[in-house]
Ligand binder design. Structure first.
Ligand code: HEM
Ligand SMILES: *[C@@H]1O[C@H](CO)[C@@H](O)[C@H](O)[C@H]1NC(C)=O
Ligand SMILES: *[C@@H]1O[C@H](CO)[C@@H](O)[C@H](O)[C@H]1NC(C)=O
Length: 494
C-alpha cells in the first residue's frame, strides 16, 4: 500500500475511534442520565456488582449516588430507583411515561414481546384490558372465585391431614392448591393432586423461578448477545419455559376443538371468541401467539408468587411463635373452630391482616421489581431519560424504606397496626408494584393469601424441626426473585 493511502486509513481509524469515544462519553457520562459509577467498555460496572447479590450491590451504590442512579449491567445501561418517593414519583406521578416493559433477555427469547406481561404499546393495552375484564367476569375479587378458593383450601386440608404430624416439605402442597385456583380460571378445571402432568408442570414452574434468580440469569440479562451462543446452564430456563408453552398450546387446541360460543368455560375460551370477533381485523392482537403467552403469564405468575409467599409465611410464623399464637387467637375469636373462613372476615381481623402484610413485605418476592422502560424521552428529577431507557423500580428498597417502616429489617406486624390495634395502611407497601403495570392479579392474590393462611391456621399449629431462634429466614437465592429457604415442618392438629 502507498504511504498516502496508509496515512488516510490511519487517520480515518483515529477519527472513528474519537467519534466512538465521544459517543460513549455522551451515553455514559453525559449530564442527562442520573449519576453512577463510570462503566468500562463491555464490562460496564460488573466490578462494582455481585451477580449473586445484585439487590445488595444496588443498595451500596445508592449510598454513594443517591436514590436515583445509573448503572451499567455489562453493556446494558439501566436507571435504578430506590425508596418509596423515587419509585412513586416515576410509576405513579409519571405513570404513562414509565409504563413500558423493560428487557429481560433471559426470558425475552421465549416471549419475544408477546403475552400481556412482556408486551408493549397497543398490544399491551389491548391484552391488559381484555385480561382484566375477563378475570373479573370469572369472578376475580368477587364471590365466584372466593368459592373456588375455599373449596380448594378444603382439598388442601385433606392433603395436609395425611402428613399425620410428620415432617414434610410444604412446597408442592402449596403450589398444587394455588395452581388449581388459577387453573380453574384459565383452563376451566382443577387438576387432581396426583396427576403426574400437573406435578411436572409445577416442578418446571418452581425450577424456572429458581433459575431466573441465579447469577447465571443475571449474567445472561447482561451479556445475552454472547451467552446466547455459549453452552451452559443458562439455557435450562429457555427449555423449561418452552415446555410450559407447549403444554398450554395443547390445552388451547383442546379448547378449540370443543368450543361452544354460547358457553365460554374459561379464559382460553373467551380469548378464542375474541379472536373470532376480530378475525377480519388484520392488526388485531388477538391471535394464538398472544393467547398462549398471556395464559402462560397468568398461570406462572398466579402460581409461584402466591405459593412462595405462603411458604415463606409459615417460616416466619415458626420463627415468631408468639405471632402465630396471636393469629390463632384472633381466628378462634372471629371465625371459631368450625366455620370455613370467608374473605369478609378480614375486616374483623386486623392482626391477621397486619401479619399477612408483614409476610408479603419481607418475602419481597421480586426485589428488583420487573423492569420497566420509558416509552418516550422523559424528564425526571432534572435528568433526561431517552425513550427506551430501562428502569428498575427497586420494590425491595420501598418495602424496607426506613421512612415508612420503623424497623425495616425486622418481622414486626406492628408496621401495619395503629396504637389501638387497628389495621393501618402503609403507602410504601408495594409488593404488587404500582402505576399502570401494577400486578394484574392483586385482588386474587390477596384473597388467596388471606383464605389460605386462615384456613390452615384454624386447623393446625406449625411445628418447626429446630428451635425458633435457629430458623434461617434469608432467601436461599436472591436475583430476579427471592427464593425462600428449603425447609420441613410438622403440622399439629389443634
Ligand atoms: C403474592 C402474589 C403476587 C405478587 C407479590 C405479584 C407481584 C407482581 C409484580 C411486582 C408485578 C410487576 C409489576 C410491574 O411491572 O411494575 C406483577 C405483574 C403481573 N402479575 Fe402479579 N403478583 C402476584 C400474584 C399474581 C397473580 C395471582 C396473578 C394472576 C392472575 C398475577 C399476574 C400478573 C401479571 C399478568 C402481571 C403483568 C402485568 C403487566 O405487565 O401489565 N400476579 N405482579
Ligand atoms: C425447586 O427448584 C430448585 C431448582 O431446581 C430445586 O433446587 C428445589 O429443590 C425445588 N424445590 C423443591 C421443593 O423440589
Ligand atoms: C400474531 O401476530 C403477530 C403480529 O402482531 C405475528 O408476529 C405472529 O406470528 C402472529 N401469530 C400467529 C400464530 O399468527
Amino acid at each position: 500500500m502507498e504511504l498516502g493511502a496508509a496515512a488516510t486509513v490511519f487517520l480515518a481509524l483515529c477519527l472513528s475511534c474519537l467519534a466512538l469515544l465521544s459517543a460513549w462519553k455522551r451515553l455514559h457520562q453525559g449530564g442527562t442520565l442520573p449519576p453512577g459509577p463510570t462503566p468500562l467498555p463491555f464490562v460496564g460496572n460488573l466490578l462494582q456488582l455481585k451477580t449473586d447479590e445484585i439487590f445488595k450491590s444496588f443498595l451500596v451504590l445508592r449510598e454513594q449516588y443517591g436514590p436515583v442512579f445509573s448503572v451499567s449491567l455489562g453493556p446494558r445501561r439501566v436507571v435504578v430507583l430506590c425508596g418509596h418517593e423515587a419509585v412513586k414519583e416515576a410509576l405513579v406521578d409519571h405513570a404513562e411515561a414509565f409504563s413500558g416493559r423493560g428487557e429481560m433477555a433471559s426470558i425475552d427469547r421465549n416471549f419475544n414481546g408477546f403475552g400481556v406481561a412482556m408486551a408493549n404499546g397497543e398490544r399491551w393495552r389491548q391484552l391488559r384490558r381484555f385480561s382484566l375484564s375477563t378475570l373479573r367476569d370469572f369472578g376475580m375479587g368477587k364471590r365466584g372465585v372466593e368459592e373456588r378458593i375455599r373449596e380448594e383450601a378444603q382439598c388442601l386440608l385433606e392433603e395436609l391431614q395425611k402428613t399425620r404430624g410428620l415432617p414434610f416439605d410444604p412446597t408442592f402442597f402449596l403450589s398444587r392448591t394455588v395452581a388449581n385456583v388459577i387453573s380453574s380460571i384459565v383452563f376451566g378445571s382443577r387438576f387432581d393432586y396426583e396427576d403426574p402432568t400437573f406435578l411436572s408442570l409445577l416442578r418446571m414452574i418452581n425450577e424456572s423461578f429458581t433459575e431466573m434468580s441465579t447469577p447465571w440469569a443475571q449474567l445472561y440479562d447482561m451479556y445475552s448477545c454472547v451467552m446466547r451462543y455459549l453452552p451452559g446452564r443458562h439455557h435450562r430456563l429457555y427449555h423449561l419455559i418452552e415446555a410450559l408453552k407447549a403444554f398450554i398450546a395443547q390445552r388451547v387446541q383442546l379448547n378449540q376443538a370443543s368450543l361452544d360460543p354460547d358457553v365460554p368455560r374459561d379464559f382460553i375460551d373467551c380469548f378464542l371468541l375474541q379472536m373470532e370477533k376480530e378475525k377480519k381485523n388484520p392488526s388485531s392482537e388477538f391471535n394464538t401467539t398472544n393467547l398462549v403467552l398471556t395464559t402462560l403469564n397468568l398461570f406462572f405468575a398466579g402460581t409461584e408468587t402466591v405459593s412462595s409467599t405462603l411458604r415463606y409465611g409459615f417460616l416466619f410464623l415458626m420463627k415468631y411463635p408468639e405471632v402465630e399464637e396471636k393469629v390463632h387467637r384472633e381466628i378462634d375469636h372471629v371465625i371459631g373452630r368450625h366455620r370455613v373462613p370467608a374473605s369478609e372476615d378480614r375486616m374483623k381481623m386486623p392482626y391477621t391482616d397486619a401479619v399477612i402484610h408483614e409476610i408479603q413485605r419481607l418475602t419481597d418476592i421480586v426485589p428488583l421489581g420487573v423492569p420497566h422502560t420509558v416509552i418516550r424521552d422523559t424528564q425526571f428529577r432534572g435528568y433526561t431519560l431517552p425513550k427506551g431507557t430501562n428502569v428498575f423500580p427497586l420494590l425491595g428498597s420501598v418495602l424496607r424504606d426506613t421512612k415508612y417502616f420503623s424497623s425495616p429489617e425486622e418481622f414486626n406486624p406492628g408496621h401495619f397496626l395503629d396504637e389501638n390495634g387497628r389495621f393501618k395502611k402503609n403507602e410504601a407497601f408495594v409488593p404488587f408494584s404500582s402505576g399502570r403495570r401494577v400486578c394484574l392479579g392483586e385482588g386474587l392474590a390477596r384473597m388467596e393469601l388471606f383464605l389460605y393462611f386462615t384456613t390452615i391456621l384454624q386447623r393446625f399449629a406449625l411445628q418447626p424441626l429446630v428451635a425458633p431462634k435457629d430458623i434461617e429466614v434469608s432467601p436461599r437465592m436472591s436475583g430476579f426473585g427471592n427464593v425462600p429457604p428449603t425447609y420441613q415442618l410438622c403440622l399439629v392438629p389443634r
